[in-house]
Ligand binder design. Sequence first.
Ligand code: F6R
Length: 268
Amino acid sequence: MRVIIAHDPANVAQTCAELISEQLQLKPCSVLGLATGSTPIALYKQLVSRYQAGNMSFLGVKSFNLDEYVGLSGTHPQSYRYFMQQHLFDHVDIRAKQTEVPLGQVEPSKECIRYEKAIVQAGGIDLQILGLGANGHIGFNEPSSSLVSKTRVKTLTPATMAANARFFDKNEYQPELALTMGIGTIMRARQVVLLATGTHKAKAVQAMIEGPVSAQDPASILQFHERATVVLDADSAGLLKQYEYYQWVEEVRKRTNLNEFVLGQSAS
Ligand code: F6R
């Protein structure tokens, strides 16, 4: 696992935007996996400004979002489709038909099968963006999720419901179920970039990187990914036991100018 500790959330967004930009330079028709939530908002802002400055194009890109609430239509302001339109899709040159977010109002079992097939038909995901739940979830793969799971319906934990309650009005219906790419689906992405910021993520970050791999901590499976990069701010990295070492690895990486093929993704 490559661990990049950026100074603050703005640097986290910038670093992730850079990784996406490198991917699109290598392969303009990349398949991107995208996430919602508070953390990637700054990243999407970065991508929009790079597009507006003429430094980036999404014309050839196909995208698959991680998840969607069961029962919400794409026009519902709390749906993840709406979020993506608002924060990214409406502001860049990505083709509408090339953007996929699971459909919350289609019969869920059919939609899950369709979604998995669509990812395979697109040739698989080249680069998957992930956020991190304070309980270690990735996508909506809550603790105890199968580590080889495919796209399916998950019941959100009360903790996740509480964390996301801020997006819903007081008396508004908040779904308890979500369609989510599985952990197996995420692991099949050729590259994974997870971003986390803030002290409230520090415990989950430490468990993911330095704890045992366990279904109780879904993000820890990334220790088994061949090409996983975790981009953190100083606050979310605060509990890492090997904090200095991860920084040292990045310093050496810059100084020696070795590429990934030589240096590998590992901090070890
Ligand atoms: C959203 C998603 C979730 C979030 C996670 C962190 O598509 O898949 O796993 O990434 O809940 O959310 P924030 O960034 O709001 O803390």
